[in-house]
Design a protein around this ligand. Structure first.
Ligand SMILES: Nc1ncnc2c1ncn2[C@@H]1O[C@H](COP(=O)(O)OP(=O)(O)OP(=O)(O)O)[C@@H](O)[C@H]1O
Length: 233
């Protein structure tokens, strides 16, 4: 569905992404791994249109979408849950969800307000609360809920469990499983590499702005030496 070809991205003079090639197939779950500062978030921001790559291409269903604005990417079915959440703090939980509602590119509304409520029962009790009144875990659930309301074909989750209590983390992984089961492709960045590899079909490992490994997640899980070298685990 998404193809990233020879992507180079700079922040000022710093050359961050160095010729990145990644394919994100339809309805496939891909884990993006790498130590801190290796370029994972920059890759996501480059493909979503928050950062303009200096060269290279992002293609969606074969069409060149390099440099499309994030809103346009979203309209074409790419849901994004950014690191640090990205909800509207001054709007209520209900408003945050309702304003995001949209049919998917196939015209279907698989994820409705009721379904999101069913998936995150905690949010049901907080519907009239403002975004800023929520706990960190509730904010994260709201952020995922908002992305689901857009009925994406691909959901990108950048550090969705960061800083949350173990029970909430478990709940978020459960929901990720549910999302995958509905046929939505996912791109998952998370510090817990075991969980990432256990919840994805494919894994991509970045090192210093380059892809150094790409293949089945289960295969990588069986290679402790490679993991130690690439992830420092
Ligand atoms: N806005 C920015 N301006 C300048 N440099 C940046 C900016 N954002 C990130 N960087 C640098 O780009 C490099 C890649 O950062 P990035 O956030 O993409 O890495 P990451 O793999 O997502 O790591 P982390 O897990 O720490 O978020 C780092 O060296 C970082 O310091």
């Amino acid at each position: 569905m998404l193809q990233i070809e020879s992507l180079n991205t700079y922040y000022g003079d710093s050359h961050i992404l160095r010729g990145v090639d990644v394919t994100l197939p339809t309805a496939t779950s891909v884990g993006l791994l790498g130590r801190n500062g290796m370029g994972k978030t920059t890759l996501i921001r480059s493909l979503m249109g928050y950062v303009r790559p200096a060269s290279g291409r992002v293609k969606m269903d074969g069409q060149d979408v390099t440099g499309w604005a994030p809103e346009k990417m979203a309209r074409h079915g790419i849901g994004y849950v950014p690191e640090g959440r990205g909800i509207f703090p001054n709007l209520s939980v209900r408003e945050n969800l309702v304003m995001s509602a949209r049919a998917g590119v196939d015209g279907k509304r698989t994820w409705t307000f009721d379904r999101v409520m069913h998936t995150f029962p905690r949010l049901t009790e907080r519907l009239s609360h403002g975004g800023q009144q929520l706990s960190g875990g509730e904010q994260q659930m709201l952020s995922i809920g908002r992305a689901l309301m857009t009925n994406p074909r691909l959901l990108i989750l950048d550090e969705a469990t960061e800083g949350l209590a173990p029970l909430i983390v478990a709940e978020i992984w459960r929901v990720i499983g549910e999302i995958r089961a509905t046929g939505i492709a996912t791109l998952i960045v998370d510090r817990d590499w075991r969980k990432v590899l256990g919840n994805t079909e494919q894994a991509v490992v970045m090192e210093k702005g380059r892809i150094v490994r790409q293949g089945p997640s289960a295969g990588l899980l069986a290679e402790p030496k490679v993991l130690e070298e690439l992830l420092g685990v």
